[in-house]
Design a protein around this ligand. Sequence first.
Ligand code: G1P
Length: 277
Amino acid sequence: MSVIKKCLFPAAGYGTRFLPVTKSMPKEMLPLVNKPLIEYGVDEAMDAGIHGMAIITGRGKRALEDHFDISYELEHQIAGTKKEGALADIRRIIRECTFSYTRQVEMKGLGHAILTGETLIGDDPFAVLLADDYCVTEGPGVLAQMVALYEKYQCSIVAIEEVPRDETNKYGVIDGVEEAPGLYRVSQMVEKPDPEVAPSNLAIIGRYILTPDIFDILRETPPGRNDEIQITDALMTQAKMGRVLAYKFKGRRFDCGSIEGFMEASNYNFAHVYRKD
Ligand code: G1P
């Protein structure tokens, strides 16, 4: 059992880059081959020993709840046939995890989405997973790597990777002192800085472990980049107290928030992850 018991999945966004498919379908339900993005996220959380899934939804996201629930009609149809195997993974998820949902009624940024989740999380450290950052690893998943670090350092942790300098304006970017190989004590974090002013090319990707004082900080955090409440700005408040680490995770990330990244992930997944049996 992990010290981190819950994982928050912000999933209220409109997915406008994928229109028209996201008009009536949540972008988190877009499949890499035959499994929706959100399910890969749940797999990664489970791999980290986390079994409480807290999902921030919004209007038009019903399919997410239905996916993590039993479909009696379907169960009845395929009972005793060889198609039952196709539901083995999702059955295990439903059996071993609990799912809770709350709606973000206004789109005021990732920080606002996370604050909306306070009611599902309570007063414990928790993980945050953005399902459109799809990560593949050879060993333990990215969250499992981060939970192991949390056990040692007991402070907020963000996952990072190096990105080309001209792409810093797509990410939260950090600066800090490398305490151990690939592990930085964060001194600076900026949301989507232009390349000329970015403190480094170390970009935050969609995996966080957060200590619960982040909720009080978020309440006091004014809107930042794009006039939205940014988790990056709230984390900077913790960083000033030396309480944020940035970790260069082991593995590969695909940006499934863009069409190009999503197609790349689909092809990779079909070749290397999808089980054809
Ligand atoms: C969010 C965060 C950003 C982070 C990114 C990772 O941005 O605000 O700091 O680098 O996720 O995917 P978004 O991609 O939602 O604009």
